[in-house]
Design a protein around this ligand. Structure first.
Ligand SMILES: Nc1ncnc2c1ncn2[C@@H]1O[C@H](COP(=O)(O)OP(=O)(O)O)[C@@H](O)[C@H]1O
Ligand SMILES: [Mg+2]
Length: 220
């Protein structure tokens, strides 16, 4: 075994013990046809897929599995870095001005959630919440940004911040109480975004624009 596979075994040992750790590493390398010391972009993805399959079998706790995956991704990414791994950035800022930007923001959120080991259902919740915020920026302001990042405090998870310099939301309390009837009647709106996530707060006001912060934590 080379250095990198030893490091992978070390990481996995913390979660599954050394015997299973060695099995997962050897099997992943064999099944992906990719050696840990010569990883290219395609090899990286195949290897990661196999490692994920191994982790799913032995690490039942979602949070621990996500954490283990993060460490393995960090290890492998370093090896592929120079050749341009497809690694998902840990933080992205998406400029929002038109329909296509909503799609970009949505998929950036989904990819980050996926790379952090969130289950598909949660990836979709995050993506949907992002769409609602991005759509509001397009509809009511015209332009703004959506920041999407992995966070470790107050808990490990994903944070989405939608920022604009628009007119602010006048009737925020009514909207969040559910007493507001959306003009379009479509989508989930702000209240829907709130319900999809674990943390939600809004800072808004005339002349202050609007800043909506959403978080989804890894162990929810
Ligand atoms: N970023 C924003 N800037 C200004 N007003 C906003 C913004 N986001 C939402 N709003 C206002 O809040 C209302 C409620 O938004 P939302 O809950 O998304 O429902 P909908 O967009 O379907 O009306 C909108 O109709 C709009 O008046
Ligand atoms: Mg809306």
């Amino acid at each position: 075994m080379d250095d990198v596979s030893d490091r992978a075994v070390d990481i996995l040992t913390e979660y599954v013990g050394s015997i299973f750790a060695k099995c997962i590493v050897k099997l992943s390398s064999r099944r992906s046809g990719c050696s840990f010391d010569a990883i290219d972009r395609q090899g990286y993805e195949r290897l990661l897929t196999e490692l994920e399959a191994g982790m799913r079998n032995y690490i039942t706790d979602d949070h621990r599995r996500g954490e283990c995956r993060e460490k393995l991704v960090a290890l492998l990414r370093v090896r592929v870095g120079a050749k341009g791994a497809t690694a998902v950035p840990r933080a992205t800022v998406v400029d929002i001005a038109e329909e296509a930007d909503i799609v970009r923001a949505r998929s950036a959120g989904k990819s980050l959630a996926a790379s952090m080991g969130f289950p598909v259902a949660v990836q979709i919740r995050v993506a949907t919440a992002i769409s609602e915020l991005a759509r509001n920026i397009v509809q009511y302001v015209g332009k703004g940004v959506i920041e999407i990042r992995a966070i470790t405090t107050p808990q490990a998870g994903i944070e989405v911040v939608a920022v604009d310099d628009g007119p602010g939301i006048g009737n925020l309390d009514t909207i969040l109480d559910g007493g507001y009837q959306s003009k379009s009647g479509m989508g989930l709106g702000l209240l829907g975004a709130k319900r999809l996530m674990d943390h939600f707060d809004v800072a808004t006001g005339p002349g202050r624009g609007t800043r909506v912060t959403l978080r989804k934590f890894a162990d929810h």
